[in-house]
Each structure stands twice: as C-alpha cells, then as structure tokens.
Design a binder for this molecule. Sequence first.
Ligand code: BGC
Length: 371
Amino acid sequence: MKKIALAAAALATVTALALTGCSGARTDATSGDTGAAGFPADATIGVALPDKTSENWVLAGDLFTSGLTEAGFKSDVQYAPATNTVAEQQNQISAMVTNGAKVIVIGAKDGKQLGTQLQQAADAGVKIIAYDRLIENTPNVDFYVAFDNFKVGELQGQALLDGLEARSGHAAPWNIELFSGSPDDANAAVFFDGAMKVLQPKIDDGTLVVVSGQTDVAQTATQGWKAENAQSRMDALMVANYASAPIDGVLSPNDTLARAIITSVKQAGTDVTKFTVTGQDSEAESVKSIMDGEQYSTINKDTTLLVAQTIDMIISLQKGEEPEVNDTEQYDNGVKVVPAFLLPPVIVTRENAAEAYANNPKLLEIVKAAQ
Ligand code: BGC
C-alpha cells in the first residue's frame, strides 16, 4: 500500500513538473537562449511608481520586487521622490530604457508628461504597461492594467447615498460637498464621472444639495492627492457654507482625503457618526475609522491581484505571446484606445468588512478587533 502511495505521489510530482514545463515557453534563465520568446527570461523589468500618496503604492513596490524576482526576472523598482516628482520620474524611465529594461511598468505621476521618454522606449523596443493610472497623449503605451475606475466612482456615489439615508437621522434633502483627486492623474476625472453618474440626477431632483455650488471637477480637485489640500478646502467650505446649516456628507475619492475631511468637519463641531464620507484603497487607518463608525465606506482594490495580473502580462510578453486583455473600448488616451485588463473593485462598509477582507490578515485583524 505504502509503495503504491509513494509511487502515485512521485508520478503526481512528475506530472506536475511536466505540466509546468509545458505551460510555459520560458527558457532557462541562465542559458540566455530566447527561442521563440519575446525577450530573455532573466531580463530586467523596470517599475516606475509615483510618490507614496497612498498605502497601495508602497505595497505595489514590494510586491513587484518579490513577484518579478520569483518569476525569474531582474526587477528595478523606483519611486518618484516627494519633490520634483515629474522630472525625477522622467529621468528614472529614461535610465531604465538605457539600462536595457525589456518592459517598463509605470504608475504615472503625471500621465500627460511622459511622451518623450515613451518615444525613447518605443525606439528601443521596450514595452510599456500603464499600471493603475492611464498614460495619455502618446501612442507608445502598449497595455493598461487597473481596477475599473469608472465603477469605483459609481460605487462611491451609491455609497454616499446609502450612508446619507442610514446615518443622517433625517429625510432628504441632504447637504453635501464633492471632492475629486489630483488633476494630473487621469483616474481623478474618471472616479468623479462615475460618482456623478449616480449623484447628478439626485442633485437635479433636489435630493442632494451641494451648498457651495462647487460641482465641477476643476472646482473639486485636490492637487497631488494631498491630505492637507483636502483639509484646507474642507475648512474653507465649512466656514463659508455651514456656519448654521449642518453638513450631511462628502464624496471623497480616497481614504487619505476622507480622513482629512473627517478631521476638518470634526474641528468644525460636526457629529461624525451622523456624517457620511466615502473613500478608496482600504488603508488600515480608514478601515479602523469605518469600524469605529466614522468613515462610512472604502473600496477594496486588492493590490496583490493587480500586481499579479501585471506580472502575468509581462510573462506573456516574455514568451512572445499576446497578453490577455478584457477591455478594448474604454481607455482612450487621446491618441489611441489602450487595450486594458480591468479588475472589479469592491465596496466595503462596516457591514461587509469581515467578508471583504477575508483574505487580508492585516485588515481582518482590525475588523475582528472592533467587532
Ligand atoms: C489610485 C488611487 C489612489 C490615488 C492616490 C489613484 O491613481 O487609483 O487608488 O488613491 O491614486 O494615490
């Protein structure tokens, strides 16, 4: 019996190895023989990320370093520093091209200012994957990998309505203000448009009142996605519009800004348990705030999945295969529609947090500790 079991186990291992071998046309990393491959299996892959405006960028850098190494590549992961970010990111991308990277993954600091560097990359045959943020006004972006940004906005808009209903303690109309992200990030307008698809009809029919009257994306922008900019705009809005009227809720495009908005309305004397603010990114501090009954919602965009999807794309390119995409219509960058792989975002409130973070030990611990 034992012998048979051992033999079966050995056979299973051999089959597994054979299957792994068959599934990939990857060459031995040390042989340098690329066969039919797009480029050598131990090539350098560049990853240029923006400054660390939210936790997800920090996590992405770590996951790219480990995931690319595990896949047999050499990884070159760089962040744009907090100052002089655009120029630094441009320099980093140029250096990656010069140093022979075969693919460069870019989380753009300013997606409209990489034309020169991406031309240089195209001339050298380097493939470009826009990661999380679209790169605009250039033909030289090959693929886009992101969570569905428009859907993120729709989920935020709906969460704001749900929160107002559940928490404000009164019927409509509800007084709200609107915030959007940084104008140099292509995502900011997409998040806002998604949210306004849900909110505009409610503004039009009087269910929602934007007391300041500031409803277009330029008026609501938060330069650099910086918390201090959101907080000072919120402070000014409170002084100008809410001295006597209560504020019921705010559309916030991400968690960092949501927490700044909460700080501001608290300082102005608002009872935050009756106030609704949305978010995005499932940052630990915001998950804690949600469990404490302050922030109303966030969005789970699992960075592990996004990085894994990007690495899959790189492996396909290495093999000389066409990477899988699931959207060839939505992301027009001004010059072309960039083939995209979009992942589904998940809305999270106190009610579904345990389920939403079931596979995330760090966040699950925060949820469990508060329950
Ligand atoms: C990302 C968001 C993030 C924001 C600020 C956006 O491009 O999609 O997840 O909150 O940048 O870092």
